[in-house]
Design a protein around this ligand. Structure first.
Ligand SMILES: [Zn+2]
Length: 115
């Protein structure tokens, strides 16, 4: 599962930032942005996080995931439509000359620590 390696590096990143900074309190929450077109599935990320965060300082932390949608932009009819999944053709006119904006983010937005 692709998400396992994503979560693995996420945990590494958080440990480096939090533990490396000398903070000793618990990690309460992580906010993630997982775009609809990022190729990663939010449920799988949650599952992988449960699995991999045991035995780490992240165990028990809440995982908040936002899943921004993407916009499909057509070069022929100039339609801009929000989409949940990758499409091959413009939803308005069927043209293949389309590009996408947003929805591909896969990043850690913030870490909330116990005081
Ligand atoms: Zn179009």
């Amino acid at each position: 599962m692709h998400e396992l390696s994503i979560v693995e590096s996420l945990i590494e990143q958080v440990e480096k930032e939090v533990v490396g900074s000398g903070h000793e309190g618990r990690i309460l929450r992580l906010d993630l942005i997982v775009g609809r077109l990022s190729g990663a599935n939010a449920d799988s990320i949650r599952f992988a996080f449960e699995l991999l965060s045991r035995e780490t300082p992240l165990a028990g932390a809440e995982l908040r995931i936002s899943e921004p949608r993407a916009v499909c932009c057509c070069e022929d009819c100039f339609a801009r439509r929000e989409i949940d999944e990758l499409v091959a053709f413009c939803p308005e006119c069927g043209s293949g000359r389309i590009s996408f904006q947003g929805g591909q983010e896969l990043l850690l937005e913030s870490i909330e620590l116990e005081d």
